[in-house]
Structures are given as C-alpha cells and as structure tokens.
Design a protein. Structure first.
Length: 310
C-alpha cells in the first residue's frame, strides 16, 4: 500500500538520481522536495496524473535548501496558488533571497553551468514561507506530517514523519541509495558527507532519532523507497565511522590540501569497491565511478572541510 505517496523523478542529471514526492490525502496534496527549476514540469505532470489541480496543493516541504532539493521551490510555488513553503528556520532566508545560494554555487561551477544545471533561482515571497521548528506538524487534510530537526548532513536539515503511512521522508539524512546498486541482498545505502556542514556526531544522532520512530520505510531524495530500516541504519553508522577514520588518517599523512583530498578520495573508492562487491554488485570500478563517482568526490570534499573545521 503506497498511502497516496507518489515518487517523482525530477530529471536532475540522470534518471533515478533525484526524487521529489507527492503525498495525496482526501483531494489535497503536499510535495516533499522539488529538485531544480528544470524539474517543475515533471512535478506538475505528476500532480495531473494523481488527479489534482495546482490549487489543491497545500504544502511544499523542503528537507533542506541544497539546490538539488529546493532549487525549484520558487518556480513551483508560482504555479501553486494556495501552497505554503515549509522549511527549516535556518534555511528560510535562503528561500526568500537565494542570492547567497546562487553566488556560492556559481563560484564553484560558473554561472553558465549553474543555469544549465539548476535553472534560475526564483525567490519565494516571505508571506508564503513557514518555518518548521522541531516537532512542527503540517496538516494535510487531517493527515499529520511531523517535521524533525535532523542535522548532520546540513544544519538546516529536517525530515518528515508521515504518521499515517508510518514512513519518513529523509532528504539526505538517511543517505543515498541508487536502484542500480540493488542486489539479492537488497538496497545499498551510503552516507553523504558533502560540504560544508557534515557533522558525524549529529548525523549519528539524527539517524537514531528516525529509527526510534520504527518507520516501515524511508523515502530518500536520492533515490526512492528503502525498507529494512534497522539494518540500513546499522550500515550507515558503520560507514560514517569508517569515513571519519579515513579522513583522519589522510590528515595525519599530509597537510597539503590537494594531496589530502586525493588520499581521502582513493580511500573512499577502495572502500566502496570492496563493500559493493560484498553486497553482490557485479560492476567494476568504471561502473562504480559512473554511478557514485560524483558522490565520492563530494564526500571527499566534505570530509576535508570537516577536518579543517576541527
């Protein structure tokens, strides 16, 4: 039973990478995450296929303001006349004025790449923004959607516990899980330590908080529904500890940032090649790089930032 939950591929970068979700209850809808502005047509199409019109959407909930999760919020809300944006208090100002988000990412990627990849960042009118403090409950036609403060990946991260379905929408807190890595052993989940706010202690605590709810499944932005929650949580804890050790070891070996980064990335590649092999995944290292190479690069960057912050 899907409890009115629809998984939407936003089309970001490649199929099966970036999901948004539509929750439908008694003719009313709520989106969780939205991808980039390029993904807005996909979300509106999913809305039509679910039998709803734009004025029947009450909420857009963004788990955090990273652009692959919330970059299209302004464009989407411009088409949803009655919807409010629900966002962590630390992220709200970036939705009202996305200048800093755009500038920071453009400094890394360049304006041309930014526009091609993410599209324009449209501000959200302040009067349509609701700040979701810990425990805030958004009502969807009587269906409670409880927001939980879940730092670790980012300080402005929230997860959503859908009490009716007994599932959590986890953004990046419960890691990444691509369907191409599924085997007879089930899904393969890996943590995301992307820059710039990775905090391993906070991430451990946030994962434990979600598991304590005893959800039947987690809905990950990257990508889709994952079950067997206690086993996956134990694996995430183990991996976070291993990644921290890799970073610390590399930091002890060299103080040169480029060399340290290369060592961390190589250690991550070796670690996941071995772990995926044990999981029964038949791909070689070239296939690994195709599927999670960017994640390994970003994880290595985030671990480096974490080392420097200490």
């Amino acid at each position: 039973m899907n409890h009115g939950i629809h998984t939407i591929d936003t089309g970001f970068t490649r199929p099966g990478l970036d999901a948004a979700y539509l929750i439908v209850e008694n003719g009313r809808g709520a989106f969780v995450d939205c991808g980039t502005s390029h993904g807005v047509p996909h979300l509106l199409q999913a809305l039509r296929e679910a039998g709803l019109t734009p004025d029947q959407v009450d909420w857009l909930i963004v788990t955090h303001v990273h652009l692959d999760h919330a970059g299209g919020a302004g464009e989407l809300l411009a088409r949803l006349p009655n919807a409010k944006l629900l966002v962590h208090p630390r992220g709200a100002r970036h939705m009202v004025d996305p200048t800093q988000l755009w500038a920071g990412a453009s400094a890394v990627y360049g304006a041309a790449v930014m526009e091609a990849t993410y599209g324009k960042l449209r501000p959200v009118p302040a009067e349509r923004v609701v700040e979701a403090s810990d425990g805030y409950v958004a009502q969807l036609s009587g269906r409670p959607l409880r927001c939980l403060d879940t730092p670790g990946h980012a300080r402005h991260h929230l997860c959503v516990h859908d009490e009716r379905a007994n599932v959590c929408f986890t953004g990046d807190t419960f890691g990444l899980s691509y369907r191409e890595l599924d085997t007879s052993q089930g899904a393969f989940v890996l943590p995301t330590t992307t820059p710039v706010q990775f905090d391993p202690d906070a991430l451990h605590a946030s994962i434990d908080r979600l598991v304590a709810l005893q959800p039947d499944a987690m809905y990950l932005t990257h990508y889709g529904r994952v079950t067997d929650v206690p086993r996956q949580a134990a694996s995430l804890h183990e991996q976070i500890n291993a990644l921290v050790t890799m970073a610390q070891t590399a930091g002890q070996q060299t103080a040169v940032p480029a060399e340290r980064h290369a060592r961390i990335k190589q250690a991550l590649t070796d670690f996941y090649a071995a772990r995926l092999s044990a999981h029964g995944w038949p791909g070689d290292r070239a296939a690994l790089q195709t599927l999670i190479g960017m994640d390994l690069e970003l994880n290595a960057q985030g671990l480096g930032v974490w080392l420097d912050s200490r």
